[in-house]
Design a protein around this ligand. Sequence first.
Ligand SMILES: NC(=O)c1ccc[n+]([C@@H]2O[C@H](COP(=O)([O-])OP(=O)(O)OC[C@H]3O[C@@H](n4cnc5c(N)ncnc54)[C@H](O)[C@@H]3O)[C@@H](O)[C@H]2O)c1
Length: 335
Amino acid sequence: MLTGAVIGCGHGGGLSLDALQNSDRYRLIAAADPSSAARQDVARRFPNIRLFADYREMLADCELDVVCVATPAPSHASIARVALDHQPKGLLLEKPLAPDVTTAEALLEEVRDAGCPAVVPHGLLVLPAMQEVKARIRRGDIGEIISVEVRNAVDLLNAGIHWLVYLIDVFDDGRPVAVSAGFDVSGHVVNDGVQVESIGTTTVQLRSGIEIVFRSGNKTVPTSDVLPSEEQQGALFRVIGSEGVIEFSAWAGSYWMQAGESDGKLLKRPLPTGVSYHRLFLEQLAQNIADGLPDYTSAELSLAALRIIESAYRQQGESEWRLGVPAPRQESMGE
Ligand SMILES: NC(=O)c1ccc[n+]([C@@H]2O[C@H](COP(=O)([O-])OP(=O)(O)OC[C@H]3O[C@@H](n4cnc5c(N)ncnc54)[C@H](O)[C@@H]3O)[C@@H](O)[C@H]2O)c1
């Protein structure tokens, strides 16, 4: 059994805390967060673990096999580097690896050079419904893919990165050849410590000719004519093929499909009770550690998605609200 700890105990960190606690491959032993409210919350939920205000003290005091970094994005790289100095057996790094490609690439290179297995928990890479959709698209169940639209991508950097990672994985032979984007930034939205768009449309053209359109911004509830409301959780995807259509909502665990002459139908493929995608990623990491075979697939896909996002964000130019840069008030966080 591996010992595990979490740095940053907000929403994302909570997903890793639960996953470590629920997996029989791990023993959750510690967590760190400078916020006393966050620590109190963790103490109530996990009364037997050690809590630290300073993650450096935790790394120095605890025998940790696996460390999960779930602080705001601008601090991921600096914290992950300190964690790496303690030679963990594995790392779970939250997305995005960093708000910018240069920092993210450098971090991943250091992680690889250290031979440290690492995962970035992009849920759609492991959710059963999403994996079934991927298999169907690749098998040609809806014919040749004509277009892909994603609505309610929140912002590209924080949620859109999940959808991009998934679509890059599905269409893995179709690396992007062009990215065009238009954003409205007047809402001055900060998400995860980074300046992001209020509303935007980003079009990604793949070598194969497939075009993916992302409508991001404003956390509106997406609406679908075919998915029941309880099956609409998170961004809404519509994939149109020459012989059918697949529509699904990112976190719902289901998809609607119509192919050929048949009527459309809803197929439900939820995760088993008690299993989360953070747990699946942490268990995959435990297996990589046991096998001595690091697998950087999720991290590489995350980086590939970040490259597209940065390319889109740069089209906003050097306006007062530059996209993808740490918001001034939060710049000092994480150090
Ligand atoms: N993979 C996923 O599905 C998923 C889901 C939610 C969040 N996330 C990611 O998790 C990260 C955190 O997001 P969130 O929604 O939990 O934010 P949050 O604001 O809810 O929590 C962040 C926490 O980090 C703490 N923190 C800040 N600096 C720290 C430091 N130096 N040491 C330790 N703790 C520190 C804060 O006090 C806060 O409690 C982000 O990168 C986000 O993208 C990923």
